[in-house]
Design a protein around this ligand. Structure first.
Ligand code: PMV
Length: 328
């Protein structure tokens, strides 16, 4: 493969402030509920794609190693969507560099499929706008639909069976509401249950799932208002409530899904301790043990030092608002 033929795109990961949990269509990745996220600047995926006429099948290189198995099959399935849209049925050569910890609640699939949607569609000569890219990325991983945009983003669940109205949009001009996110690593381990499996199990078996769905629209409205009025306190309180509801729902499935470990709890207790001391500091946890903490930029240094003193904490990365997908 000639390096100059690769079309490159870079996408950042995002942290869900109001979570997406449950699909109404597993094939098209259509969510049961809308969600809101913040795109971060610290973790990203950069992906190059080229049409590869010399090969009989797609080749996917991640961080210098050829990928096979389930991760490869997922990428091929996604490339098939692009091939169907473009009418070009040649195999692809895909090279990806990832700075996001994989499968540990750090949304590696969000940046991964957002970058692949942008680079892949460019290589296959599709001229997609951001809305169309968001719809395409969604079909690789739901949260990837949000990583197309920078800053605060809302993914509207949509109503249509074909998914044409299920895409993300940015909520606020970047830079108008600056908050810091401390990304706190307490586990390097790959989660035992993928979000896809976890969602399916929750929708099918949790007696509390209806409660989740009935209450999430109110969380969305409150967080939208908090973002537009730049109110970290309301945003944080609703975000924590939403996180706890999602995890309580997961824990009530059969068999149960428990992503947390003792480090998760220690960080949550640390958040409570610092809040009692007067800091505006709030936690959220995605499908994994690791925790993200929201705070004011002026408190990020003190708070990250504090979280580094918790024995279970392996690493604290300070993040800010990141950009949407870019071609590079
Ligand atoms: O898009 P997926 O399959 O990575 O699922 C994301 C699930 C959560 O991270 C728990 C919530 C979210 O909205 O990102």
């Amino acid at each position: 493969m000639i390096a100059s033929e690769l079309k490159w795109a870079k996408a950042n990961t995002n942290i869900a402030l109001i979570k997406y949990w449950g699909k109404r269509d597993e094939e098209l990745f259509l969510p049961m509920n809308s969600s809101i996220s913040l795109t971060l600047d610290a973790f990203h995926t950069q992906t190059g794609v080229a049409i590869n006429k010399e090969s009989e099948k797609d080749v996917f290189i991640l961080d210098g190693k050829e990928v096979q198995g389930k991760a490869y099959d997922r990428v091929v399935k996604f490339m098939n969507l692009i091939r169907r849209q473009s009418g070009i049925y040649e195999p692809a050569y895909i090279e990806s560099i990832n700075t996001v910890p994989i499968s540990s609640g750090f949304a590696s699939s969000a940046s991964g499929f957002a970058a692949l949607a942008a680079a892949g569609s460019k290589a296959y000569e599709l001229d997609l706008d951001l809305k169309q890219l968001s719809i395409l990325a969604r079909q690789g991983s739901g949260s990837a639909s949000r990583s197309i945009y920078g800053g605060f983003v809302m993914w509207n669940k949509g109503q249509c069976d074909d998914g044409s109205d299920s895409y993300s949009e940015d909520l606020l001009t970047p830079g108008l509401f600056n908050i810091s996110v401390l990304s706190i690593l307490v586990s390097h381990e790959t989660k035992a249950i993928s979000s896809t499996m976890g969602m399916s199990l929750t929708v099918k078996t949790s007696p509390f799932y209806k409660g989740w769905l009935d209450s999430v629209d109110k969380d969305i409205e409150q967080v939208k208002l908090a973002i537009s009025s730049r109110d970290l306190e309301t945003l944080g309180i609703v975000m924590e409530h939403n996180t706890l509801k999602m995890h309580a729902t997961m824990m009530s499935t059969r068999p149960p899904i428990i992503y947390w470990n003792e480090g998760t709890m220690a960080v949550i207790q640390g958040v409570t301790e610092m809040r009692n001391k007067g800091y505006l500091v709030y936690f959220t946890v995605d499908a994994g043990a690791n925790v993200k903490v929201l705070c004011l930029p002026e408190d990020e240094a003190v708070l990250s030092e504090f979280f580094r003193t918790i024995p279970a904490v392996k690493k604290v990365t300070v993040c800010h608002q990141g950009d949407g997908v870019v071609y590079c």
